[in-house]
Design a protein around this ligand. Sequence first.
Ligand code: SIN
Length: 516
Amino acid sequence: MDAQLDAIVVGGGIAGMVYATQLVDLAQGRPVRVRVLSKAPVQVSSSFAAQGGVAAVMRTEDSVEQHVRDTLTVGAGRNDPAVVRLVVSEGPALIRGLIGIGARFDANADGELDLAREGGHSAARVVHHRDRTGEEIVRVLHQRMTNTPGIEVMDGQRAIDLLVDGEGDQRRCIGVRAVDMRTGEVVDHFATHVILATGGAGNLYEHTTNPPTATGDGIAMAIRADVPVRDMAFVQFHPTALYAKKSGRVSLISEAVRGAGARLRGADKRPLMTGLHPMGDLAPRNIVARAIHHEMQQHAMPHVWLDASPIGSHRFAAEFPGIARDCAAIGLVPGRDLLPVMPAAHYLCGGVRTDDRGRTALAGLYALGECASSGLHGADRLASNSLLEALVIPKRAAQATLCEGLMAVPVPSRIQRTNQLASRTLELIPRAMATLTHTMTMHVSIVRTEEGLHQALREINHLDRQVRASWQRRRWSADMMDLRDLLTVARSVTASALAEPDSIGAHFILHGIRSA
Ligand code: SIN
């Protein structure tokens, strides 16, 4: 029998690592046992891939008021203003904390933090490490996490469902059921507190900047356990992914590139954003993504262009080495060549509804990072606010778990189950996955219609019936688990979009237009 765990963290990205390390730090020597279950090594996470950085007020010329205003403007007022103020106010100290444990952020000649500019921000306020900010933060946090006694990290664990005990008001999350992908064994992990930090669901769409692991697992598990979600309609498309014909993950070209002077160009290579918004190329993401989508439709183009000549190829290679490498792989030199770019699914603004400490409506269950909806983002997310949230809310969640008590709730011991992993996938699964991503891309993406949303819902329900039947036969493959979760999230996104009669933020709906 296992010693009882205080907390299980599902997901090993930045939000999960901040929670685990803060819990041990804040416990101040009291013994704490935390298990981090992760599907894949942290190098595969969205956290690791984050290019731009962390938005925070780090200079006296900037102010909390301005950052709050920008966040509310981009979120179209659907944010929780108290959460916005709290995250914006508490963030800078946590960035200094990261610097204190060795994070290297870029500095200017005077030794001050070099702050980049991104869309929707009225000031340069993005703390960064060239174009690999996520990698740098992951480096220091991972080192700290693996050197902290009391934190056990288990990779290759695919969580499939929450374990819930009790009825009505007495319901409590007591653990998580997961498949060990190396042995195929299904294991129930029990703990006093369960923390979902599983990231987003970019793989709902044909093109995404997210890693293959972004399959909405935590959100789907919460939905199946009747835990409320919020703002699911608001899927943010990043305006500038490097064009690729083939479906799947696409390379991101950070908004910081436009912040450094690059300009979007449409058909005939004319500047695309001129006259469309006072902030031009640095307008909020939903506005830029829609302008690109419109241009592509109008001119039957598969992409528009990003002109980085105002930056120049030498400066580009020095400041954005990762992006320069991705472009070089297809024979392009940014600064010299126009770059073909298109929007791609990037961030789910909604998620499992939480308070400002990451607590969900189900006792014992927390949600953090992209899988959560704390109220910070509203109807669209201000660039680089997500890493800020992933520093602030997990620390508060760690404080909350300590207040609730560590061994407060007796939970069962670990149960071993038999191997339920299928040795090969069913033919149906890849086909159903392709249908799902095509349906979401056609009907539930940048521009939506009511008819298209209804059509998508019918298709999702049809696919779900097929997958449910296979699931119940109890031979699961990795892609079946992903599809099951993506379908759950797809239904929630689509239903949430249908419940929004008017366009707002990242949800744009055309009325009176028949779907293609
Ligand atoms: C980017 O670097 O453009 C992405 C940053 C973000 O999504 O916040």
